[in-house]
Design a protein around this ligand. Structure first.
Ligand SMILES: Cc1cc2nc3c(=O)[nH]c(=O)nc-3n(C[C@H](O)[C@H](O)[C@H](O)COP(=O)(O)OP(=O)(O)OC[C@H]3O[C@@H](n4cnc5c(N)ncnc54)[C@H](O)[C@@H]3O)c2cc1C
Length: 395
């Protein structure tokens, strides 16, 4: 069978790969976009609860974790959230700012995927799904690859196959294997933006509260976030837990301030004891917690009796627990439910302008396969757009 020749082949039709392929196509390159899955952009469809938090207007390099915190700066600067908003608006996709800076589709994340597929079509990109790549070889200044039953040759090869999170959405270690094949360093990977699982003692009382949420301040690894926490039947989730999971290390504790809006709960408790001495602690807690959460707290910590029976020391213990409850997770739910993968291809191997491997001309890596991980809030897609665009400009 004849070898099929392209200027560029992009492996992975996810967020970064779609953006890269369209950008290169518009520049007149013949581009083949391959994916082993039966559908492009599955994570885009699942994202943001089906509404895709497609960017964050407040994106700065500080929202990303990487062994080299400077690496992401160039691409983020050259393709800002406003560039993507302009694209979204050009395609008539309605959007809403759900939290400061966090932009979501007003209707459905399908619109973001359709936008990218349309851009690829307009740019003349050829896309093949259900197409696993079985072999890649360097061939003079370019590459040859075997994809499904086809022999393909290209001058430029882009690896946009993502990280390890959610294998059922197509995630695979392909990108790390290609890195290994070319002798490139891969930093240890770990599930992030992921719910915590609990030790049996914590699970016993908290799992009865499945579905309850509260605004908290959570802290792990010296970093804290004011976000909602959600109790599930498996453990603790919600934005607060997902955010700190990125900074948490196995064996460490996570600390939760359940009353972040109350600067001095001891003072508030003493005042309540003075004003309503016969009221229960549960009643006081209901001023801040849902009824179920308040009842579970007093039952678990055995805070019975009226406030007047509590000494100053006892109230100080109550206040300390509410402001600094800490637990040691038994682990996380892992890649099965994690939104992202920490670690990945060491960015030292690449140019931060073109995403080309320093030692292998023509080979580029973009997106989540790299050791660049965004916080929760639309930053990961902004990174995918920015590096997809930067690499597309360089093909
Ligand atoms: C449930 C969920 C919700 C999320 N919500 C948000 C959100 O609202 N906002 C946000 O900013 N981020 C969100 N993220 C993170 C975001 O989806 C990722 O950071 C982003 O998709 C990474 O883009 P990527 O192109 O690098 O990888 P991906 O989008 O994962 O794309 C990689 C592609 O490569 C393909 N592939 C993998 N292996 C192979 C192989 N061997 N051969 C061929 N193709 C292969 C995959 O099928 C996939 O299509 C969410 C993630 C998840 C899992």
């Amino acid at each position: 069978m004849a070898v099929q020749q392209y200027d560029a082949v992009v492996i992975g039709a996810g967020a970064a790969g779609l953006m890269c392929a369209a950008t290169a196509g518009y520049r007149g390159r013949s581009v083949l976009l391959l994916d082993h899955a039966n559908k492009a952009g599955k994570k885009i469809l699942m994202s943001g609860g089906g509404r895709c938090n497609f960017t964050n207007l407040n994106t700065t390099p500080d929202h990303f974790l990487s062994a080299n915190p400077h690496f992401c700066k160039s691409a983020l600067k050259r393709y800002s959230p406003w560039h993507f908003v302009e694209l979204v608006e050009r395609h008539g996709v309605e959007h809403v700012e759900k939290a400061p800076g966090q932009l979501f589709c007003a209707q459905s994340s399908k619109e973001i995927l359709n936008l990218l597929l349309t851009e690829c079509e307009w740019a003349g990109v050829e896309m093949r799904l259900n197409t696993p790549v079985s072999a890649i070889r360097q061939r003079g200044p370019g590459f040859s690859l075997r994809a499904a039953n086809a022999d393909i040759a290209c001058d430029k090869l882009v690896i946009a196959s993502g990280g390890l999170s959610i294998p059922t959405l197509g995630a695979s270690p392909f990108g790390y294997q290609v890195a290994e094949q070319f002798g490139l360093p891969v930093l240890p990977t770990r599930a992030a933006l992921v719910p915590f699982t609990l030790q049996p003692a914590d699970k016993a009382w908290l799992s009865t509260l499945s579905g309850v949420s509260a605004e908290v301040r959570a802290q792990a690894g010296g970093v804290s976030f004011n976000e909602p926490l959600l109790i599930t039947h498996r453990g603790l989730s919600g934005p607060a837990m997902l955010q700190v999971s990125t900074f948490w290390r196995p064996g460490e504790a996570v600390t939760v301030d359940w009353l972040p809006a109350l600067a001095d709960p001891l003072q508030a408790l003493r005042q309540a004891r003075q004003e309503q001495p016969s009221a229960s602690l549960e009643k006081w807690l209901r001023g801040f917690f849902s009824q179920r959460l308040a009842a579970a707290w007093v039952a678990h910590f055995q805070w019975a009796g009226p406030l007047q029976h509590y000494s100053n020391e006892a109230l100080a213990d109550v206040a300390a627990l509410l402001k600094g409850w800490s637990f040691k997770p038994s682990g996380t739910e892992g890649y099965r439910t994690a939104e992202v993968t920490l670690g990945g291809l060491d960015t030292d191997a690449l140019s931060s302008r073109t995403f080309e491997v320093n030692r292998v001309p023509g080979l580029h890596f973009i997106g989540e396969v790299l050791d660049v991980t965004g916080q929760l809030g639309g930053f990961n897609f902004q990174w995918a757009w920015a590096c997809g665009h930067a690499a597309g400009e360089a093909l």
